[in-house]
Design a protein around this ligand. Structure first.
Ligand SMILES: [Zn+2]
Length: 445
């Protein structure tokens, strides 16, 4: 269901006169109500704050009417003109103090000198590892190679555990200034600690860097809990902690462990796919025109003008491309978007995940799933996520707070269940389109 954003006159003026927010995130792109929107509707006086190093991760949990929504951009926490014209004074003060510059000239060293990192992860100098933002392959990691504080330094800071530390400091400032948890009206604070993702992308999940940021994340959570105990009060908050995805191990690491794994550039596959469509249908009239218009994580987009010009049905060309993709050694499975959207939800968990990821207007005409432990990427090092394979989908979900039944559970759950879980804890109805149910007998009450 498409739910248009609030278009009050004031907001319209903002959207028309202001440049687009920097980065990918814009609340206007949201199609459904978020947990924050549900809370705002049912408790207009609640305080809602969304924070992250990344725009999209700050915006998506809190939606359209948070009290504050901030992310990190070139040395400052910023917001969108969709929300407000000026930063909150407390955010401006935080930026002006330049506490984000305090790591300049220092190095990211290992947290624990008493721990055998190699035993618990892998060799520091492993094949396939990246270097972040000019941070090098091995410890200690400088914060970029630049002489002056600038983009390189800030990118390196974000791709280190200290990006999380900076965000935590900013969160403390937000909790205090916005008086979160101070009255009987429920409030919502979402924090997306983005550095774990950036470190994972650069050095891979089995790296000493990921081990180190994981150890340090434990300290971040400890400090957050202590702060909440002191400023909100023990037993006066519920926490849901999860990850939005896992990640593919470095193919080089998997190969060394004897797995069928590979890293391939997308160009070879796409060029061969284009050649196949040309052979089957027609050569384009000019050198610039292609059957495949674009390809990204959302699939392969066919050139609709070419289909029209050659009087071809999109379904037929999509089926041709799907059949060809299925023959390729790097491809696990391929699907035509429209076919899959028409079909009932599959019993096959992998296909079901693909079905639930597709969008009629936004996804590509053809979607493919790469073989497990394979990466199709233009990067020669590092890794990424986004497949339905278990290394990408298996993440923890940790809940803590009053009424949460203690114990360890093994039932399948999705991080999306956080919407129902936190709505329950906040005493509100979940957003209308939140489909992941509240896990059975999660709360004692
Ligand atoms: Zn990522």
């Amino acid at each position: 269901t498409e739910d248009k954003p609030d278009q009050s006159d004031e907001k319209k003026a903002d959207l028309a006169s202001e440049p687009k927010p920097r980065g990918f995130g814009a609340p206007a792109n949201l199609l459904v109500a978020t947990l924050g929107d549900a809370l705002r509707e049912q408790w207009p006086r609640s305080k809602i704050v969304g924070l992250s190093l990344k725009d999209r991760s700050a915006i998506m949990p809190v939606g359209r009417k948070p009290d504050a929504c901030y992310w990190f951009d070139k040395g400052e926490f910023v917001t969108s003109t969709y929300y407000r014209d000026r930063l909150h004074p407390w955010a401006s003060e935080f930026n002006a103090a330049k506490s984000c510059d305090r790591w300049f000239g220092k190095k990211w060293e290992k947290l624990r000198t008493d721990l055998d990192y190699e035993k618990h992860s892998s060799a520091d100098d492993s094949s396939g590892e990246g270097t972040g933002s000019k941070q090098g392959k091995t410890f200690p990691h400088p914060f970029g190679a630049a002489e002056k504080i600038g983009k390189e330094y800030y990118d390196a800071l974000a791709a280190s555990p200290f990006g999380n530390q900076l965000l935590l400091d900013f969160a403390f400032r937000a909790i205090e200034a916005e008086q979160l948890g101070k009255d009987d009206v429920p409030d919502l604070l979402t924090i997306s600690f983005s550095s774990n993702d950036l470190v994972g992308h650069a050095w891979g999940p089995d790296s000493q860097e990921v081990l180190d940021i994981t150890l340090r994340s434990d300290e971040i959570i400890r400090d957050l809990l202590n702060y909440l105990d002191a400023h909100v009060g023990k037993g006066r908050y519920v926490i849901a902690m999860s990850a939005d995805h896992g990640v593919c191990p470095l193919p080089e690491h998997s190969k060394a462990a004897g797995k069928n794994a590979d890293r391939q550039a997308p160009l070879g596959l796409l060029t061969a796919a284009e050649a196949h469509l040309r052979m089957k249908y027609a050569e384009p009239a000019d050198a610039k025109t292609r059957w495949i218009e674009a390809a990204n994580e959302a699939g392969i987009y066919l050139n609709q003008r070419m289909l029209t010009a050659h009087k071809l049905q999109p379904a037929e060309v999509a089926a041709t491309l799907v059949a060809w993709l299925k023959e390729q050694p790097v491809i696990h499975d391929a699907f035509a978007r429209d076919e899959l959207l028409k079909a009932p939800l599959s019993e096959n968990p992998l296909i079901r995940r693909v079905q639930k990821s597709l969008h009629a207007e936004r996804s590509g005409d053809v979607y493919f799933v790469v073989k497990p432990y394979h990466l199709i990427t233009s990067y020669k090092t590092g890794t990424t996520h986004g497949t339905p394979h278990s290394y990408d989908t298996h993440v923890p979900l940790v809940l803590f707070g009053p009424g949460v039944k203690a114990g360890k559970r093994g039932d399948a759950v999705t991080p999306q269940a956080c919407a129902a879980i936190l709505a329950n804890a906040l005493g509100v109805r979940p957003p209308a389109t939140a489909e992941a149910p509240l896990p059975d007998k999660l709360f004692e009450r």
